[in-house]
Design a protein around this ligand. Structure first.
Ligand code: FES
Length: 158
């Protein structure tokens, strides 16, 4: 259950874009930017407020890969597993992160909601392989050691 503040914030976002069906995507984008994911309850709420069905809102949200229904950590780490990165040993980087953070292919986010680790198929920086991204920043030429040092640094920042 989400507390009242989520609905108040969503109301503000809806008021900004207007209560109309065409505002769905920008509203969802702003809600996701606020919470780092799109809670299902809010998607249903938005649909009702702008007069579309929940099914329609859900199908639009699932069409765009960028929307996530899963709560994410403060630091979202995307390890590239595209071909260029894979041949330059991205897998040991991913495995080192999983081991350090107690994560796996099935468990993506630490219980303290600090870190989410995902894989992506190309970060568009193949010349810098193997790459990874933490929130909006790209890190080139990763190694397991560099990845673990970065985790230690981020933990220090809190
Ligand atoms: S394959 Fe990793 S950045 Fe392109």
């Amino acid at each position: 259950m989400l507390d009242e503040s989520y609905y108040r914030k969503t109301d503000e976002i809806i008021a900004h874009y207007g209560r109309e069906a065409k505002a769905l995507i920008p509203i969802m984008q702003d809600v996701q930017a606020e919470y780092r994911y799109l809670p299902g309850e809010l998607l249903a709420y938005i649909a009702k407020q702008i007069g579309i069905t929940e099914t329609k809102a859900y199908s639009v949200a699932t069409f765009y890969e960028n929307f996530s229904f899963e709560a994410k950590g403060k630091y979202v780490i995307k390890v590239c597993d595209g071909t260029a990165c894979h041949v330059r040993h991205s897998t040991p980087v991913l495995e080192a992160l999983w081991k350090e953070l107690g994560l796996s292919k099935k468990k993506h986010t630490t219980d303290d909601m600090m870190f989410t680790v995902e894989t992506v198929s190309c970060l568009g920086a193949c010349g810098l392989a193997p790459t990874m991204m933490v929130n909006e920043q790209v890190y080139p030429a990763m190694t397991p050691e560099k990845a673990l040092a970065l985790i230690a640094e981020l933990r220090g920042k809190g």
